[in-house]
Ligand binder design. Structure first.
Ligand SMILES: Nc1ncnc2c1ncn2[C@@H]1O[C@H](COP(=O)(O)OP(=O)(O)O)[C@@H](O)[C@H]1O
Ligand SMILES: [Mg+2]
Length: 313
């Protein structure tokens, strides 16, 4: 797990309820304790980082422990922020003459399906590209996998869209080549460059790490296998799996022992199916994980050992 601290960006994914927020928060805390300047970003509308750190976390980075900042962002607020930004930009480019009509069009565009998500991805993209240089490491606690896949595909989709816009702009200006002085062409080309950089970062195993969290149960195993495959299709390699909430092997209790026998079948299956991945096992704790002390306990479990009990330094 410590190898992950040297990345620029980490994503934690997996099914709802498996422990994404817990593991992302514990990793962020551990990295900050190891001297990294860390930003933990929750993009899951369920927003449980506020609960886990037992304090209010907003859409702007707030320091919640030395060297650790956190923020919670969501599509609706980001969309409002985005629309405001675009309107200000248009006003700057064209003055107030066409502002009313332009604003009407922008408001209309903002109600289109998918528009809110684009705004959220735009904010995430800025963070991933390292726009905020206060941080060495950004840890994303994400919504379930589909969301992350759309983020990775977004640069590709937007590229096609921006190219089409550039073509129609050139046609409108009656030119063959890009006009290097046309403010709209400049804006479109800048966007394209930013998206290419974003995609390069997302698929680079050197800068970005993807961690999938699962628990030893049927559905999370299948979801993990699917996620690994789908991420692979878009060029992203999942290195580490966190196998969370593993029951103790030794127990006097017959109910727990039976449950653990069932789990053993899944543990074996997980080892076999995901042999190419590093698997970190985290035991089921006796209570829910809230507050810094409990998170430190999870961090210690995440960073101390891998499947074979080897130290992961
Ligand atoms: N190893 C663990 N032992 C005990 N409780 C855990 C463990 N990991 C997570 N939990 C608890 O399980 C619940 C779901 O975890 P959470 O991290 O919010 O999942 P997700 O973000 O994937 O929906 C929380 O109440 C959390 O405290
Ligand atoms: Mg969560």
């Amino acid at each position: 797990m410590r190898g992950l601290f040297n990345k620029d960006v980490l994503f934690f994914g997996g099914k709802g309820g498996v422990g994404k927020t817990t593991c992302a928060s514990a990793t962020a805390l551990a990295a900050s304790r190891a001297g990294k300047r860390v930003l933990l970003v929750s993009t899951d509308p369920a927003h449980s980082t506020s609960d886990i750190f037992e304090r209010k976390i907003t859409a702007d980075p707030t320091e919640i422990s030395p060297s650790l900042h956190a923020m919670e962002i969501d599509a609706t607020t980001e969309s409002q922020r985005y629309v405001k930004g675009v309107k200000a930009h248009i006003a700057e480019l064209f003055g107030h003459a066409i502002l009313k009509e332009a604003n009407r069009q922008i408001d209309l565009a903002a109600t289109m399906p998918g528009a809110e998500e684009v705004a959220l991805f735009d904010r995430m993209g800025g963070l991933i590209r390292g726009e905020d240089d206060r941080f060495d490491l950004i840890v994303f606690d994400t919504a379930p996998t589909g969301h992350t896949l759309r983020l990775i595909r977004m640069p590709e989709l937007m590229e096609a869209w921006i190219k089409a816009l550039s073509r129609s702009r050139r046609a409108m200006l009656g030119i063959e080549q890009d006009d290097k002085t046309d403010p709209i062409m400049i804006t479109l080309n800048e966007r394209l460059e930013r998206l290419r950089l974003l995609r390069a970062r997302l698929v680079s195993g050197r800068t970005t790490g993807f961690v999938l969290v699962l628990i030893p149960e049927r559905l999370p195993i299948e979801e993990t296998a699917r996620a690994i495959e789908q991420l692979d299709e878009v060029g992203v390699k999942v290195g580490t799996l966190v196998l969370n909430r593993v029951l103790p092997a030794m127990t006097q209790d017959s109910f727990l022992a039976a449950r653990r026998r069932q789990e053993d079948v899944y543990l074996k299956e997980i080892d076999q199916r995901f042999a190419a991945h590093r698997i970190i096992r985290v035991p089921q704790l006796e209570s829910d994980v809230y507050g810094l002390a409990a998170l430190d306990r999870i961090s210690a479990l995440l960073t101390a050992t891998d499947l074979n009990g080897r130290a992961l330094s």
